[in-house]
Ligand binder design. Structure first.
Ligand code: C2O
Ligand code: CU
Length: 476
């Protein structure tokens, strides 16, 4: 008798377990439908309407760079499905700008008006171009459902902005970016300075990218060979267009880190035997002189296929795995720009970074950072779980104030992203000087696709566009 009752109890228990499991699975399914039918990303949830009404309303679409007498550089990019034949003979289906991935390298000069016509030939899911790291007017930011509608097959959109800050940038579609960047919709954008800070004999930009499953350096499998002769100075602009951090080594010469996220560092000094950690979406510019022995190798220790071989000659000695990491918090010389932890901030925000959420919430459920033009904003990023989070802000440059509570002691670092690794926290400051509706998200685009994406909204700025399944604008 006792046995039978036990048996029944076990059966009830198992049925209960199954039920709980079923509910959990259904719950996950529900969460996977991450986009509602319609959401207004310009909403200022949690704020008193009176506060909002005090600021005059303007639409994101009103913010543009007025035309002046600046030189105009025009480009046209067609987004289309293609089959790419790689240099190792393999073929891969890709979505491309102008038939290649990365798309054409756009090189312009500081102060130029950049005009880019995007035509979507046949990408059914819609496309856009986001100018990653470029400080530009809201209407040109390329975020479907916030700054424009996705560009559907047969449609066009023309981007127009003044390239104000020289540096190394890149572009990618911001419609379902995780999928579209992986399928190939990326490219390089270089803004050359009017007054060069450095005279380099060679100026190269390289993209590390994972196209489907192929690891490509400027589109090449197995690494990229570039010309350089002994004694020449090389500026190498490295763009990590992949999701995960890459630790880059320079073998064969000393080097300097002269820019991060396109922005010059002050007083960079020679480095040797250092791993330089470049997070997803970040750019590092290196400067070095080619040695008499002929060859320099710049390579990722994480993914052997991402490497650049400069010059010819005997392969240089590689770095030890236990070599130190480059530490930007103590590198270079300080400049008194008045932006410090002691200054008065108008608003302070704390963002706790989970594996797929920020402050425990995801997507539009994360309350936006609300700012008013002219305010100083401080944001603290705290790593809570998951792998590293390269946190990226649109439309602004922020200054990195502290790492793990300690103020930076070297060159000021102005950047559009900060790589927040395990056990780390950073404080950054920015001036709200570019009214609009701006994304703030993790540039591990898988994390973004899982929910690590939120908004920085200026009070009173609205958008006529909507995110969601109704419009088809899916900007993660
Ligand atoms: Cu490359 Cu929203 O970013
Ligand atoms: Cu992340």
């Amino acid at each position: 008798m006792v046995d039978v009752r036990n048996h029944q109890r076990r059966r009830i228990f198992i049925t209960g377990l199954l039920l709980i499991l079923l509910i959990a699975v259904a719950g996950c399914g529900y969460q996977d439908a991450k986009y509602p039918e319609e959401v207004n990303m310009g909403d200022h949830h949690g704020h008193h309407s009176s506060e909002v009404a005090a600021v005059q309303a303007a639409s994101c679409t009103d913010f543009k760079d007025a035309r002046g007498s600046e030189p105009v550089r025009s480009f046209q990019l067609t987004a289309a499905k293609t089959t790419i034949e790689l240099n190792n003979g393999q073929k891969t289906d890709a979505w491309t700008y102008e038939g290649t991935s990365p798309g054409p390298e756009l090189r312009v000069r500081e102060g130029d008006r950049v005009v880019v016509q995007l035509d979507n030939q046949d990408i059914d899911k819609g496309v856009s171009i986001h100018w990653h790291g470029v400080v530009l007017p809201c209407s040109q930011d390329g975020v479907p459902g916030v700054t424009q509608d996705a560009v559907w097959p047969g449609e066009s959109f023309t981007y127009e902005f003044i390239a104000r800050h020289p540096g190394t940038y890149w572009y990618h579609s911001h419609q379902q970016s995780s999928e579209q960047a992986t399928k190939g919709l990326i490219g390089r954008l270089i803004v050359e300075p009017k007054e060069p800070t450095y005279q380099a004999d060679r100026d190269y930009a390289v993209t590390m990218q994972k196209l489907n499953n192929h690891k490509l350096t400027n589109g090449q499998t197995g690494g990229l060979a570039l010309e350089a002769r002994p004694g020449e100075t090389v500026r190498l602009r490295i763009i990590n267009a992949f999701n995960r951090v890459q630790h880059m080594g320079v073998a064969g010469t000393d080097f300097r880190v002269i820019a991060m996220d396109g922005q010059d560092l002050n007083g960079p000094t020679d480095l040797s035997e250092k791993w330089v950690a470049i997070g997803g979406g970040q750019r590092y510019d290196l400067l070095f002189t080619m040695p008499a022995s002929g060859q320099v190798q710049v390579y990722s220790r994480d993914e052997v296929e991402w490497k650049v071989l400069l010059g010819e000659g005997a392969a240089p000695q590689k770095l030890g795995n236990d070599a130190d990491w480059f530490d930007f918090t103590t590198y270079g010389t300080p400049v008194d720009d008045g932006i410090t932890t002691d200054m008065m901030f108008d608003r302070t925000y704390d963002l706790k970074l989970g594996g797929a959420e920020i402050n425990g919430k995801r997507f539009h459920e994360i309350p936006p950072i609300i700012v008013q033009e002219g305010e100083w904003i401080k944001v603290r990023f705290v790593h809570q779980s998951g792998s590293e989070h390269p946190m990226h802000l649109h439309g602004h440059l922020f200054k990195i104030l502290t790492k793990n509570g300690k103020p930076l002691t070297g060159s000021p670092i102005y950047a559009d992203s900060v790589l927040v690794s395990r056990n780390e926290e950073y404080e950054v400051a920015f001036l709200a000087n570019n009214p609009g509706l701006w994304m703030e998200h993790c540039h591990n685009l898988n994390h973004a696709a899982n929910g690590m994406t939120m908004m920085v909204n200026y009070e009173g700025v609205t958008t006529p566009y909507r995110v969601g399944t109704n419009s088809g604008n899916l900007p993660d």
